[in-house]
Each structure stands twice: as structure tokens, then as C-alpha cells.
Design a protein around this ligand. Sequence first.
Ligand code: DC
Length: 218
Amino acid sequence: MKTFKIAIDGPAGVGKSSTAKAVAKKLGFVYVDTGAMYRSVGVYCLDNNLQPEEVVPHLDKISIDMKYIDDIQYVYLNGEDVTKKIRTPEGSIYASKVAVIKEVREKLVSLQQQMGMHNNVVMDGRDIGNRVFPDADAKIFLTASAEKRAERRFNELNGTVPYDEILNDIKFRDKNDSTRKIDPLRPSSDSVIVDNSDMTLEETILHIYNICIERIEK
Ligand code: DC
């Protein structure tokens, strides 16, 4: 059975998840948040006092499940609900650190490919167009300036975390994600680059939905 695959890649804090989730809903496809998978492996390290590179021999013991209840994503790590834990600043940093490890990427990429074999998917991440689904029906690279992304996150957190701290975290992750040796964050040659610095979330969703529809109906 042919399944449709939509790849949405881009840097941290650009609105990939909100956009991909809404586009998936409009298309009736399954949304897969691959960042949540890397975050879960990061939380496994934190919970077990492991340095990121020490996680490799544990990979076979790690199971990650994602469920949607009333449009809300819940993430389970070996059966434990880690939905909140994976979003802490420490969780973000550890996610970025485990994401440079070859064995971690191999395991998660293979899980993601299996998801796409059985479902029509909208998948967001960093390497979806380049690695997970080089044959995706549509590849979008969603981007915005680091300052704009930090500003949005600052507003989302109602000013509870200083702007400079958020900007530094975004810049740290941008550097880590785009300079790593394996599958660095970069647009594939056949992706459509969408800069949403001056777009609202609704505009971004509609724009990407229209690109997907055009590709799917081809
Ligand atoms: O999208 P996110 O911020 O939840 O991702 C968390 C971390 O995982 C981020 O630092 C990059 C990494 N990641 C990755 O390397 N490849 C993916 N497909 C998804 C996320």
C-alpha cells in the first residue's frame, strides 16, 4: 500500500510541531513528533544518571510510545508518562546531546520509517527529508531567525524565563544540530524553504497545507 509522507524539518522553536500537527489534522494523517523521541532518550539518561554516550548499551531496553488524547500528545518512556519531563530545559539539552550519537539515530530513524510504512504521516524533525524519508511526497524546511524564535518562546512562557536565556539555548541547539557529523540539520536540495519570521501560525499552517495538497493530488 502506498502511504503519503510529509517531511517538515527546521531548527528549534520555529513552530514545526504546532504546524505539523495542524497540517496532519487537516490532511487526516498521523502526526509524528520525532523530537519527542530524542527527548525521551535524553530523559532516560537523566533518570539513570548516564552521560549521553553511556546510553548506547541501554538502547534495546528503551521503548517510546506516543498517544493522542483530545489532540494532546502524551509521551511514554518504558510505560512512564514523560510528557512534561521531556520539555524541561535539561531535557532539551540532553535531547540535543543524544541526537549526535550514531546508534541512537539508527534506532529512532528505523522506528520512524516503520511508522511511515503503515500510515500516512506528517513527521517533523531535523533529518526527515534527508534521512528518514528521502522519497517523501513533500519536503518542507521551516525556518525563522533565532531572535524571532526566542521572542515567540519568551511570550509562550509569559516572560517566566529571561529572553537571553532562551536565545542562548536556541543558539546552542542550532549549533549542535547543524554542525554534528551525522545527519546535521540542513535543507535537502528538493525541499521547499518556508521562512515564517513574518507569518502567523495560521498563515504558516495554510501555506504548508497548500503545498502538501498540491503534491498529494499530483
Ligand atoms: O524538535 P525538538 O526541539 O523537540 O528536538 C529535540 C532535539 O532532538 C533537538 O536538539 C534536535 C534533535 N532531533 C534530531 O536530531 N532529529 C530529529 N529528527 C528530531 C530532533
